[in-house]
Write a protein that binds this ligand. Sequence first.
Ligand code: ATP
Ligand code: MG
Length: 599
Amino acid sequence: MSTMFLRTLREDPADADVDSAKLLQRAGYIRKAAPGIWTWLPLGLSVLNKIEAIIREEINGIGAQEVHFPALLPREPYEATHRWEEYGDNIFRLKDRHQADYLLAPTHEEMFTLLVKDMYSSYKDLPVTLYQIQTKYRDEFRPRAGLIRGREFIMKDAYSFTIDEEGMRKAYHDERGAYERIFQRLDLKYVPVFAMSGPMGGSASEEFLAPMAIGEDTFALAPSGKAWNVEALTTPELPEIDSSNTPAASKRPTPDAKSIENMIARANADNPRADGREWQASDILKNVVITVKHPEDADHDEPWREVIVVGVPGDRTVDMKRLEAQFAPAELEEATEEDLKKHPELVPGYIGPMVLGPQAKAAGVEEPVRYFVDAHVVKGSAWFTGADENEVDYYDLVYGRDFEADGRVEAVEVRHGDMSPDGSGPLSFERGVEIGQVFQLGLKYSNALDLKVLDQNGKTVPVWMGCYGIGVSRVLACIAETHHDDAGLAWPAVIAPAQVHVVATGKDQAAFDAAEKLVDELEERGIEVIYDDRPKVSPGVKFKDAELIGVPLIAVAGRDTVNNGTIEIRNRDGSDKVAVAAADAAATLADRLAALLQR
Ligand code: ATP
Ligand code: MG
């Protein structure tokens, strides 16, 4: 410690917003260079290298091979996949002295694809998985939480290349297995979260989230332990309701009832329910007008706008992001006045299903506004909804009896308590930080960049790809975030910058001699040590620094060593404090370390 390049800080840096950012700076692991850009100090680099070593071991273990790309790359490959534009302000673009465009890579799909295209040409060359551990650049809108959202950060990115879809699935499976082993070895709690629903099935992409309150991602957790991100949640189909006793639908005047509250108030006053209970928002079928912005297609030379209506229960709000996921690649927005003007059948405040979709078609309208219902609108359910005339509503309009829809969509915000997609029980919501993602890319990049090989029959076919990322520097921060207390960091033994922190205290040279002897014995056993040999630094300061730095085992040589020949040993958290004969200290520490490494 007397020569180590280190200055610990007693105070939290003013702009540090989360514990890991505070402690990693205070304990001398990293220093801020610019917003979202960090300098690694010796302690930080030591932990980082250990995390990388574990990642390398596991990724090499599934047969992937390490390469290393430049971070500074030309525009053209990113142009070919449209990502030069799609990334918007999120990438750092620059020009060389000849005015040619370059970028600092935010991720490397293009380069890996081109490299394989450059070198391989036959099915015999496949499968192959390549990876790198490399610095990435993203001009994040809001760098935050120290290393967790940086603008320069370290990523492990792997890419698999296989002749067919089955090969891609196997590569994906191997990679996610390696992820589980990596996070287990790092003692970092993780939840694999399904990130995509739809035709590709539930596992075309999974995000690995480390659950913690400071996370920016919300995920939904089922009692089965399965988890989904909100966009990927699907509502299980509910059984049809028996509507044989539901009265026939009736149209009744309901004046001044454009809002849900007014509808309820008017209905309770003028049209009380037969069953005696009050009308409530969930009885109302709210019909929301939305504009779908389609890209150009076979029938349209230009992007085009389509007005649709989505029926949702009146006690729920539309979640545009979830809904949009089902209309991709189209984008959604709320219908504008202009859009509405083109559809006089949509009476503001009194929009109902009877002039829409299948109903309109049956009435002879050639291209009616398409009508979708949210997954919570079940067949046989009776609704209080607009009757397409000013100040008139329908009562007891039954879905499946009186009206139909063009489709069932996931349109509303999911709530705590909603049924999970696997039917295992109600969902709860938690927050987490994305530490990794595995993704079945399919043919997207091989088609865009023309990566093709000859198959067994001599036919040219595109290569199936997967991509797999781990945020290495983010993982380090997440471990710090979940392994600390008020006094400082508390690293898992496998990645701590050293395994034992030896402290010599007092003025007596004998204590320093005993400490030095212990350091030698530990190092002989291959154990890494931080030795606090600083003269004239108080024991209090030394203990504080030891706790701040967070090495798992602490050994103290001081007055007791001089008087009784003992060395005090304790765990970083203060537990299991014992005094052992100086001669036994190294063996005791080695045993404890072995136990810690086993956990
Ligand atoms: P996020 O949603 O958190 O922005 P992402 O989905 O854009 O992440 P990917 O493109 O999937 O990120 O990148 C792979 C991994 O790199 C992520 O799982 C994450 O662990 C890490 N990562 C992404 N952005 C950052 C960043 N700004 N700082 C640190 N690590 C990052
Ligand atoms: Mg991601």
